[in-house]
Structure formats: C-alpha cells, structure tokens
Design a protein around this ligand. Structure first.
Ligand code: GDP
Length: 478
C-alpha cells in the first residue's frame, strides 16, 4: 500500500514514552535487517555528560521529598497584538515598586520577579519579559520548557482575535495552564462577558461559568486589578502544578536571552530551574561556556547566588548562547569547555542529518500498526478563512475510531510562518498548506528541521490523503 509520507507525533515528550518508542524502532530495525539506533536529543546529552561523569538522572532520583522546596511559578504573557501584553508586563513591574526593593525594576534582563502576599506568605512570581508566543515556541522547539503558566491577554474592546487563538493553541499544546487577563476594561466598548463567552469555544471556561479557568478583568493602563491577576496566577499554580525543586545542588536551567555587550562581552540571562547558581561556577550553556564572573538581577544589583525560578544576567561566558539553550554547572572550567566543544562538533553533524531524522509514515507503516502512535498533530494554513474552516470541519469528521487522536493544534490564514514551523517542531506536527506556501527562508527552515509541509489546492485530496495516513495509524484489534 502506498501511504502518504507524513510525520507523526509520538505522544507527549515524556521520557517513558521515548524509551517505549525506541524499543519499537529497534524491533522494526531488526525485522528489516537494519541496525537502528534511535538517539533522542536527551539521550545524546546524557551520553555526552556521562563522558564527564555527570549523571543528571541519578542525581534527580537521589532527591527525596524533603530536599524539594517550593519554587515560584514562571509566567509568560501571550495574546493578540495590541491587546496590551507589553503594557501589562509594565503594570506588573510597577505594581511591585514600593514592596521593598529599592529603585524598582530598572534593568531589562529578559525576565523579572515580583512579590505577592498570598495567605500571609510572601510569594515571588517570575515573569518572562518578552511578550508573545513566538519566544515561547522557539524555546520549546529547542526542547526547553520554561513556562509554568501562561497569561492570555485579551482586550475587552476587541475580543478574541487570530493571535489569541494561536497563543492559546501554543499554551495548550505545551500543557501549560492558562490564566486569562481580560484587559482594557477601562476602554469604551469594553465587553468582558463577551470575551468569556468567546473563549468557551476554545475550552477555556471561566470559573464563574462552572469551568476551571480563572479570568481576571484588568486595566494595564490604569494598573487596575493587577494584584488579583497575580493572585489568580498563584491559585492556578497551587491547584494545577507541583512546583518544587532542590536548591541544594549545582544549578541547571535555561538561557532565555543573550547578546554581545560592548563592555561586558557575552552576557546571558539564565533562568535557574533547579539548584543554586553562584558566582565563580563553571557553566556550559549550549555551545557557550565560561566561569560566572558576575550576576545581576533585574534591579541592577549584584547577586552572589540564584536559586530555582530566579532569572539572573550572567557575565563571563566566552561566547553567546541561544535563547532556549539549557545550562548546567560543570565540575570545572575544562569540563565546561570540553562539553561545549563536543556539542559544537555534534551540532555540525546533526544539522546534516536532521532532516532525515524525523520519521515518515511511509517508512514505518508496520510500526504504526503495532499501536505505539496515538496522535497526529496538524497545523492548517490556508488562503482564506473559509477554506481553513472547511478543511478543519472535514478533517474532524474523518472516522478514525477511538484509538487515534487527530488534533488540529493550530490553524490560520496566510503563508506558513517561522512560528508555525517552530510549533510543528515542538509538537511533532505536520503542516498542511492549502493554497499557501512556506516561502524562502521559512521553507528552508522547515526542511532543515525536518518538518513536513503538505501542500494542497483541492480539499477532498487533502482529506483523502490524511485519512489514509490516519488509517495506517490505527491500532489493530486484538
Ligand atoms: P501588545 O502589542 O500586546 O504588547 O500591546 P501594548 O502593550 O503595546 O498595547 C497596545 C495599545 O493598547 C497601547 O496603545 C496601550 O497603551 C493600549 N493599552 C494597553 N493596555 C490598555 C488598557 O488597559 N486600557 C486601555 N485603554 N488601553 C490599553
């Protein structure tokens, strides 16, 4: 049978699932007479670290409950353009002034922490200071999970707009809980109830309507209700997430912003995710390494150490890492340098092999039948909204049985963007272009990342091919 070549999703990126899938591939390899070795980026890293006697997993397993301490939630603000994301981040920053920190938040380092009193306890909250889901998705595409909670900003005088939907799709695809900030309630024509109504369609049902999502009416402009919004973030974190980390070990985390500074050389803002980072530590982040010379917080103050969920600007790196690169503290300078160099070499090779690394349904037909694949994620892009809707409706009507899940994780009108491709990488999705294409650089990027884009100009043809692919994914009945 000739099946369409499609990329497919191997379920969530859980470690347990990965090892299962690896078994599957090896089985298949044995059957076909090939020696197949599946190396996930995580495994690659593990192997690299093990050469230096660093074993992050054993370390994590050795942690019992008592070693874990509550850590602040890390929040990203997303939403449609002009709905007030930047203004809201400013308002949150300003609301914190006067709560103790002298001078307030003066430095843009890519993230900041504010404090909120909750049930008599001072609770810090970390905000990623780059609004929008583009940064969020670009980081996710590199395998970094930074955000614990997304604030979805929707202007009450404008309602749900295309990027609102895009943003919520991105958060939902990453399993990140959403708090909705209904902004601009001071504006003429503000209709917060309508926003609640509109979002029910996307499974964001307000608590007051019997749902689980917290909606807070705010005015970023007037600084109104910011405190309630912070309260909602903490309540959501406490209800939905178990945010704990061990502060008593070498730090690990993610670089969230980096650049070359004229005076200071390579500077990077890192978010510590576990452990504690200290001045003098040898770190390696992506292909950059160095000894932490100084650390600055968002108040422009020097700090000596940074614990879980703390963002700090770090100087002392020999080169500039990429946003989304993870970092670890190495035992010494030499190890840090060697890890960075090995990564650089591996990266050169990987970029050659990458496009071939992702799996096509055509090649793995039998393995799909073995029942390991459960979800096909699709991103739909079309020339007009009518065709996108028609395509979506028809796809959702395909009878795929109960065993396979067809998820349309994003849809929109217009050419295929970098952002669509990043989401496809992060979610192992296929992009369907209906009378639209990925142009130039974006097409190259998709190819480099091994993301499959299928182009159609006839709806039934798209449906037909995807249906065939899905049928190949059905588990056999036992
Ligand atoms: P972003 O594109 O989502 O980052 O939006 P901005 O934060 O740049 O805000 C877009 C416009 O909306 C600016 O002119 C803001 O001053 C305005 N704006 C933001 N928040 C509010 C608000 O609460 N009330 C009113 N009336 N205007 C707001």
């Amino acid at each position: 049978a000739s099946l369409v070549t499609v990329l497919f999703h191997l379920g969530e990126m859980a470690t347990a699932t990965q090892s299962l899938d690896e078994d599957t591939f090896q089985l298949l390899g044995a059957e076909l007479g090939y020696d197949i070795r599946v190396v996930s980026p995580e495994d690659e890293e593990k192997e690299l670290f093990s050469q230096f006697n660093i074993d992050l997993e054993a370390e994590a397993e050795g942690e019992d409950d008592e070693m874990l301490e509550q850590r602040p939630p890390v929040v990203t603000v997303m939403g449609h353009v002009d709905h007030g994301k930047t203004r809201l981040l400013d308002a949150i920053r300003n609301a914190d002034v006067g709560k103790g920190e002298a001078g307030g938040i003066t430095q843009h380092i890519g993230a900041y922490q504010v404090h909120k009193e909750h049930e008599g306890v001072d609770r810090p909250i970390t905000f990623i200071d780059t609004p929008g889901h583009e940064a969020f998705t670009a980081m996710r595409a590199r395998g970094a999970k930074v955000t614990d909670i997304a604030i979805l900003v929707v202007a009450a005088d404008d309602g749900v707009m295309p990027q609102t939907i895009e943003a919520l799709n991105h958060a939902q695809a990453a399993d990140v809980p959403i708090v909705v900030a209904v902004n601009k309630i001071d504006a003429d024509g503000a209709n917060p109830a309508k926003v609640r109504q509109q979002l029910t369609e996307y499974n964001l049902i307000a608590e007051e309507y019997g749902g689980e999502t917290m909606f807070v009416d705010v005015s970023a402009k007037q600084g109104q209700n910011i405190d309630s919004l912070l309260e909602a973030v903490l309540l959501t974190a406490d209800a939905a997430l178990d945010l704990r980390a061990n502060p008593d070990k070498d730090a690990r985390g993610v670089a969230i912003e980096a650049n070359l500074d004229r005076g200071r050389g390579a500077v990077a803002t890192v978010l510590v995710q576990s452990g504690t980072l200290r001045v003098g530590d040898a770190i390696v982040t992506g292909q950059a390494y160095g000894r932490v010379r100084a650390m600055l917080d968002e108040h422009g103050e020097n700090v000596q150490e940074a614990g879980p969920s703390r963002p700090v600007l770090v100087t002392g790196l020999a080169s500039v890492p990429r946003a989304g690169d993870t970092f670890i503290v190495a035992p010494d300078d030499r190890t840090a340098r060697q890890i960075a160099e090995k990564r650089e070499a591996a990266d050169r090779q990987a970029s050659l092999a990458k496009a071939r690394k992702r799996i096509s349904l055509e090649d793995l037909n039998e393995q799909l039948a073995a029942g390991k694949v459960e979800t096909l994620n699709l991103i739909l892009k079309g020339d007009v909204s009518g065709s996108v809707e028609a395509l979506e409706d028809a796809l959702l009507q395909i009878d795929v049985g109960d065993d396979v899940d067809l998820r349309i994780i994003d849809r929109g009108v217009g050419a295929i963007t970098m952002n669509n491709i990043n989401l496809a990488v992060a979610s192992n999705a296929i992009i369907v272009g209906f009378n639209v294409r990925a142009e130039g650089q974006n097409a190259e990027y998709a190819e480099k990342e091994g993301v499959e884009i299928r182009y159609y100009s006839v709806i039934y043809q798209a449906i037909d091919e995807i249906e065939q692919a899905l049928k190949g994914m059905l588990k056999p009945e036992y």
